[in-house]
Design a protein around this ligand. Structure first.
Ligand code: S3P
Length: 181
């Protein structure tokens, strides 16, 4: 099956772009992000698409962006956190090398914070994140071939080095890989 070498799914702020870029560099391939494709197609930031045209319109743009990227991209591909809500997208991902990057709620709030760039977490990030994950966790697990728990492996940019490295100070063991039941 041609298509992306790896597809990364998971919630907002889990590190899909950071991991995706590092992975692409490591594998000597290119990185693509469907959020960036949507922004380019719409000519405005995601928050503005939500506010001006609404979530449904954003999801339609996202569905098209995912379809095009799965068909045309052969490197590492990261999907927006809500892309798996679409049944056609989930079908498109069936049998592909999909990795679900996961984290728990405390880590999510720490990483995502109150950033206005993510309209779905703008009011009460902790509660909203929990609700989103209750609905989405089974969908991530449905499409994923592997699950990577990232809680103890926050990617950080060192002020003294230009490259990103993994902050493994608290980690007792490497990121946990498991295959969903
Ligand atoms: C969303 C996640 C965002 C972006 C949009 C909606 C979601 O992408 O697509 O704000 O529904 O979870 P990231 O997961 O890259 O932040």
């Amino acid at each position: 099956m041609s298509g992306p070498l790896v597809v990364l799914v998971g919630p907002m702020g889990v590190g899909k772009s950071t991991v995706g870029e590092l992975l692409a560099a490591r594998l000597g391939t290119t990185y693509r992000d469907t959020d960036a494709d949507v922004v380019a197609a719409a000519g405005k930031p995601i928050a503005e698409i939500f506010y001006d045209e609404g979530e449904e319109h954003f999801r339609a743009l996202e569905r098209r962006a995912v379809e095009a990227a799965v068909a045309g991209h052969t490197g590492v591909l990261a999907l927006g956190g809500g892309a798996v809500l679409d049944a056609a997208t989930r079908k498109l991902l069936a049998g592909r090398p999909v990795a679900y990057l996961s984290m728990d709620v405390d880590e999510a709030v720490r990483r995502v914070g109150l950033g206005a760039a993510r309209p779905l977490l703008a009011v009460n990030p902790r509660r909203q994140w929990r609700e989103l994950m209750d609905a989405r966790r089974p969908l991530y697990e449905e499409v994923a071939r592997t699950v990577v728990a990232t809680d103890e492996h926050t990617p950080k940019r060192s002020p003294r080095r230009s490259s990103t490295h993994w902050n493994c100070r608290r980690a007792k063991r490497p990121p946990a890989w498991r295959t969903p039941a």
